[in-house]
Design a protein around this ligand. Structure first.
Ligand code: FAD
Length: 502
């Protein structure tokens, strides 16, 4: 196998070469951008591997040079250039996934798994598993047009994480090409150090070419409910109570978000009702409600045979909660429709132009210990007017995360995801992006100054000492693993953690 630099037509005609596009035209510059739209780094070439061997060949070819780096690019939904390689090779993982079919693996025990390419979108995994086999993974992200390799390199969280664990806790085997260009299959029992290094490893230790994901019978429909709180203390107490219930009396999904006490269509009351749900009646809110309100979102999955039970269970489980009576929104939707709910947001954002505009997003994990203070200082202070997009705030459990993975988490047993997902209109119609970036920095500074127990999710830092502080006690293990699996620091240069060794 040789690595040839050529145009697409020539590559297609030559079966024994990897398709490599030199970056000369605008179309290829997709790899120089990402969803964040804040940074740009032009690669030397985009490689479209057709197989795992091609991925290995590209990494081996880079290793023979003194300077080339290699970035696996999933769907480019990072926000700070994490999947870019300035002057290096970008591996288009979507290309290799198109050539590798998904496979069902059935064990004699009856356990079912999906073998899926690292470049597959979770949306593709969902449709394949449900339509072909009536099965589905347990743990998702809110938005499914993200790749398996991309979310497994970070964490992969949503409202199922408190119960089923994040996506990095829902994989039993990986096929990985490490920085020496070797392909290895690893699992908790075979090469466990590599397996856990790669999970949440920010692409530093290897390129995930295949993942084995456990499957269970797919639910038929979902009972989806949103309720509103005026008091953060009540909201947090209920949310934490719900995520610590034993499985048999727990919801399948618990999320929530903060929103503005106003009629603003994006930031205010209209952001709460779900399709098929009722009108938001603000007069039901208690007098003296503050500028920020909270919406708890829960779901119960239904199989056909237990539909009535689920309705009754939902009612019972909602009864003790302290939400504002009358501000309840419920809908019965198909399972695939529920998991695809963010596609509607994408369509709308594409229509208004905010999908293509920059996204200065900030995601933080904060200990339950500090979340009330964060609410006072940040949500009700700096962000009281909203952010032109969702402000997710919901708890999950540290016990559902394996400490052997590379993910850095706060110390607390319960921590919240705070996701500030700004969808701004392009400047000058919308706010200046640098002001929003500064506001994110001010939020992080506030977390530091107030001594909060927190970690940034999807971190991006400029200096190695910042990275060392981010990983804390896990930093020396992270460095050791890098030396073991990618000693020349070829992989994922866009994370800016290590520099390429000649
Ligand atoms: P990319 O951005 O392409 O890559 C991310 C990093 O992973 C890069 O360092 C890259 O080099 C590396 N990488 C990519 N593929 C591989 C591979 N096969 N092997 C090794 N390394 C690889 N996250 C959540 O947890 N929950 C959510 O609900 C959620 N919702 C989102 C909604 C939207 C609209 C967007 C834009 C993002 C959301 N995310 C969410 C964040 C998402 O998980 C990250 O952007 C993640 O990086 C996945 O995106 P991607 O597949 O495009 O990866």
């Amino acid at each position: 196998m040789m690595l040839a630099y050529m145009d697409h037509a020539a590559a297609a005609a030559e079966p024994d070469t990897i398709e490599v596009a030199m970056v000369a035209d605008a179309a290829e510059c997709a790899a120089a951008r990402d969803f964040g739209g804040l940074v740009s780094a032009r690669p030397a070439a985009v490689v479209r591997p057709a197989s795992v061997d091609d991925v290995a060949s590209a990494i081996q070819a880079a290793a023979l040079t003194a300077h080339l780096t290699v970035a696996a690019r999933g769907n480019g939904h990072s926000v700070a250039g994490q999947a870019m390689a300035e002057g290096g090779l970008v591996l288009d993982m979507r290309a290799v996934s198109r050539r590798m079919p998904m496979q069902l693996v059935l064990l004699s025990s009856g356990a079912a798994f999906a073998d899926v390419p690292g470049g597959a979108l979770w949306e593709e995994v969902l449709h394949w598993a449900v339509s072909n086999h009536g099965l589905a993974p347990a743990s998702w992200t809110d938005y499914l047009r993200l790749t398996v390799g991309g979310t497994l390199s970070n964490g992969g969280v949503s409202g199922q994480s408190f119960r089923y664990g994040p996506q990095v806790s829902n994989v039993v085997e990986l096929e990985v090409v490490t920085g020496d260009g070797k392909c290895r299959v690893c699992s908790p029992s075979s090469h466990p150090d590599l397996f856990f290094a790669v999970l949440g490893g920010l692409g530093q230790f290897g390129v995930i070419t295949r993942a084995r994901i456990p499957l269970s019978p797919a639910p038929q429909t979902v009972k989806w409910t949103r309720v509103v709180y005026a008091s953060f203390a009540d909201y947090a107490a209920d949310a934490e109570w719900l995520v610590t219930r034993p499985s048999e009396s727990a919801f399948d999904y618990v999320e929530g978000f903060a929103f503005v006490h106003s009629d603003d269509p994006v930031n205010g009351w209209p952001s709460v009702p779900i399709p098929g749900g009722a009108h938001f009646e603000p007069s039901l809110l208690p007098a003296g409600s503050g500028p920020v309100l909270y919406c708890l979102e829960v779901a119960l999955y239904k199989q056909h045979q237990q539909a009535e039970d689920v309705d009754e269970r939902m009612e019972q489980m909602m009864r003790p909660l302290k939400y504002v009576r009358g501000l309840e929104f419920a809908a019965d939707v198909g399972y695939v429709e529920f998991l695809s709910r963010v596609n509607r947001v994408e369509e709308e954002a594409r229509r208004t132009g905010s999908w293509a505009a920059p996204h200065p997003w900030l995601n933080i994990f904060i200990s339950a210990r500090d979340i009330a203070d964060f609410d006072r200082t940040v949500l009700n202070g700096m962000l009281a007017d909203g952010i032109d997009g969702p402000m997710l705030v919901y708890p999950m459990l540290k016990s559902k995360w394996d400490p052997n993975t590379s993910v850095a988490l706060p110390e607390g047993d319960i921590f919240y995801l705070v996701a500030l997902l700004r969808f701004c209109r392009p400047y000058p119609g919308g706010p200046a992006v640098n002001e929003l970036v500064e506001q994110n920095s001010a939020i992080i500074d506030a977390c530091r100054c107030n001594g909060y127990d927190f970690k940034i999710y999807f971190p991006h830092y400029r200096t190695q000492s910042d990275w060392a502080a981010h990983f804390g006690s896990k930093w020396s293990r992270f460095v050791d693993r890098k030396a073991r699996y990618d000693p020349l620091a070829i992989l994922a240069p866009g994370q800016k953690i290590f520099s390429r060794t000649p």
